[in-house]
Design a protein around this ligand. Structure first.
Ligand code: ADP
Ligand code: MG
Length: 694
């Protein structure tokens, strides 16, 4: 099956082309203006758009409409479907969808985590049409992207703060580039290209693993004989069924107007990656939700299961979401582009200084927002960046920053020129070399014209991470503007400012191996925080520097941030609780009965053999019997211990300090039993079957 991208691209989206064709010209122009600049949406305009949207959606086979929103924490968007059917006078059913239906919805918000923002009895929540994000038809439903807020106006989703941070960085960014004479820029946009990693396993295997079904990751499992040590999976050829699955995913996403471009196998067996072309960060947020949604639903249709969890399998790499991020003006200047001579590029160096200041100041917050319960298994585990935030500049910029920090005068700053890659084979072309090598070990790496925030968890929304990055840059830009606007000698003042800020924040730059033990020691010397668990990082949501930044920029209030902190902590406790209960369930109902039956069969084999021939050597059976019985006893003991502890804890910290070790103590004997008990008796699919038999 081959699909022509150009033909299907965006066919299910109520995009500019459709609006142009179906809306009266004035309305179309009003919509373009609203999409670009924002402003008040009148009911009159909404009525006209709703009518055209409804007709278009019905032609596409839609029977229902829904406001799509992304409640805080829930990874995949939320939706509540209403059919177009309405009973007007005369009793004849007509398709109805008014401007009011388009503009606003009121789902009951009481069941979403609120972090104490409101009581269940005061739970009105509103969804408001996000004009800038196009509506689309998916599975017979007209989907309208919206922002989600409470009756009191507090934002309850991941999108509203992101939109506010886009405004903040735009305002500050325009002010910033004005200083350098760019008078035409009216906007600075933040762009994001999220690379999404995921695992695919057989659906049958998935359904037979309660831990995957309830917790999204395996809570037991002995390693398979083969892991990722041969690294033969990375970029390897796709299996036919995986290729078919990916082709189907691509086609659906193209129809939804999402420019997915790269798909490849990742490092771990059964692991893959998909990346769209970068887009403005609010659009990237919506499309990343859709990517996750389509991956999951398409996998099901293909008899597969898509695992978005950060660490589905112990012992092999987990999944992340590399958040490629840049800032650019609406007149085409990428603020993160060093140009040919970055050593002389004052604007670029000032951007870099601001970035160093911002990342250093908000490193704990970055750590907190990028992560979740599942990511704790990855960070610092030699597969993902460590839990310490630092910036990787690459050779060329690293050299310049080092020189500035060392006090080398501005006109003597070095600039190693970007070379060529000559492989020394006459038939191979000489290729231009990238100015930076890759540093996979850095959480915040410069990659030529953007920064790649590599800490983001695979299943979380990219909203929070980008909200923080946009806001921290807005704050640093504003500070630079306050200091430099109106300076008598702008160039000199700027150079002094760059030197001062880079010197003050030099410790955040690290160009070495982030996986090494030496870095952990060095980072501690530098005073950089190393938060191994998210539980310790979450309080950064309401640290004084966070509150000050967000309140000043109008991105989030103390109330909202306090609620988010509480939601994150509740989520942690809630998820570990589910994991612990799932382990208790699996141990009591699956593993222990299976081992008892196995031990029985070994015991009866012994007596049968001895009965047939009293002198027979049954030492092997005996050894197995002794070993299995002792592990069984250990399992039962650990199970009782976990059961007891789970009843006693409530806070995230207690779940981390008390329940996680008790879970590990239960897993150990069960995993060892898996290596002894024969396959026939083992009650669930093994690591090998899940990762290799796809
Ligand atoms: P990698 O080589 O890092 O795996 P990929 O090609 O898989 O790179 O993904 C890189 C992502 O970065 C893509 O989504 C790409 O569109 C995005 N990207 C490229 N340039 C920019 C930019 N200036 N700003 C933001 N994202 C960008
Ligand atoms: Mg990639």
């Amino acid at each position: 099956m081959s699909v022509n991208v150009a033909e299907v691209f965006g066919q299910d989206v109520f995009n500019e082309a459709v609006m142009k064709e179906r809306l009266p010209e004035v309305t179309y122009k009003q919509m373009l203006k609203l999409m670009d600049e924002g402003g008040e949406v009148t009911l009159e305009l909404a009525d006209i758009v709703a009518k055209a949207m409804k007709e278009w959606a019905i032609e596409k086979g839609a029977t229902h409409y829904t406001h799509i929103f992304q409640p805080y924490i829930v990874s995949i968007g939320a939706e509540k479907h209403d059919s177009f059917a309405d009973i007007p006078e005369g009793g004849k059913i007509e398709n109805s969808f008014s401007g009011k239906d388009l503009m606003m919805g009121e789902p009951d918000a009481s069941s979403f985590p609120s972090g104490g923002l409101r009581a269940t009895c005061a739970a009105r929540g509103y969804t408001a049409w996000d004009v800038a994000s196009p509506a689309y038809v998916k599975d017979g439903i007209l989907c309208i992207p919206t922002a989600f807020c409470s009756y009191t106006g507090d934002s309850l989703d991941t999108k509203t703060p992101l939109l506010k941070s886009c405004d903040a960085v735009s305002k500050a960014g325009v002010r910033f580039v004005r200083m350098f004479g760019n008078l035409d820029a009216k906007k600075v946009r933040s762009y994001v290209g999220p690379e999404q990693e995921y695992f695919i396993i057989n659906r049958e295997n998935y359904l037979r693993r309660p831990d995957l079904v309830y917790a999204g990751r395996t809570l037991f499992g002995a390693p398979a004989p083969k892991g990722q040590e041969m690294e033969d999976q990375y970029f390897g050829p796709l299996k036919t069924n995986i290729a078919e699955f990916m082709a189907d995913v691509d086609e659906q996403l193209w129809k939804l107007g999402i420019t997915v471009k790269t798909q490849h196998n990742e490092v771990a067996p059964g692991q893959h990656e998909i990346a769209p072309i970068f887009a403005p960060s609010d659009a990237a947020l919506d499309s990343n939700f859709l990517v996750m949604d389509v991956l999951k639903s398409t996998a099901t249709e293909h008899g597969l299961a898509c695992l978005l969890h950060e660490k589905p399998f112990a012992g092999v790499n987990g999944s992340g979401k590399h958040n490629n991020w840049s800032l650019g003006t609406d007149n085409g200047v990428n603020l993160f582009k060093p140009g040919k001579e970055p050593n002389k590029n004052l604007q670029f160096l000032l951007v870099l200084a601001c970035l160093m200041e911002a990342v250093k100041k908000h490193s704990l917050l970055l750590r907190a927002v990028a992560s979740n319960t599942g990511n704790d298994h990855r960070l610092g585990a030699n597969e993902a960046p460590p839990a310490i935030i630092s910036i990787y500049m690459g050779d060329q910029l690293g050299e310049i920053v080092d020189a500035i920090v060392a006090g080398v005068p501005f006109d003597e700053l070095p600039c190693s020129h970007v070379g060529v890659l000559d492989l020394g084979v006459s038939t191979l072309p000489v290729l231009p070399k990238d100015p930076t090598d890759r540093n996979r070990t850095s959480p915040f790496a410069f990659t030529g014209n953007r920064f790649e925030f590599r800490m983001v968890a695979s299943s979380v929304s990219i909203g929070d991470a980008n909200t923080v990055m946009n806001s921290m840059m807005a704050e640093a830009f504003n500070k630079a503007c306050d200091a430099l606007e109106g300076a008598e000698d702008f160039e000199k003042a700027t150079i002094d400012y760059i030197y001062k800020v880079m010197k003050e924040n030099k410790d955040i730059v690290f160009n070495g191996d982030g996986y090494s033990d030496e870095w952990v020691v060095e980072a501690e010397k530098r005073g950089l925080p190393n938060m191994k668990t998210i539980v310790d990082a979450i309080p950064a949501y309401t640290s004084p520097s966070t509150l000050e930044m967000f309140e000043k920029l109008g991105v989030m209030t103390e109330r909202e941030l306090t609620a988010r902190r509480e939601i994150k902590l509740e989520e942690y406790a809630g998820l570990i609780n589910i994991e612990a209960r799932t382990m208790i369930d699996m141990a009591s109902k699956l593993y222990i009965p299976a081992v008892i039956s196995f031990v029985n069969s070994v015991a009866s084999s012994m007596s049968t053999v001895k009965g047939a021939y009293a002198q027979a050597d049954t030492s092997a059976q005996q050894e197995i019997l002794v070993k299995a019985s002792s592990l069984l006893a250990e399992t039962q003991k650990a199970l009782d211990d976990l059961k007891e502890k789970v009843e006693q804890v409530s806070t995230a910290k207690e779940y981390h300090d008390i329940i996680l070790p008790a879970m590990a103590a239960l897993r150990a004997p069960v995993d060892e039993l898996e290596t002894i008990v024969d396959r026939e008796h083992w009650p669930v699919p093994t690591y090998g079957e899940m990762m290799f038999e796809v």
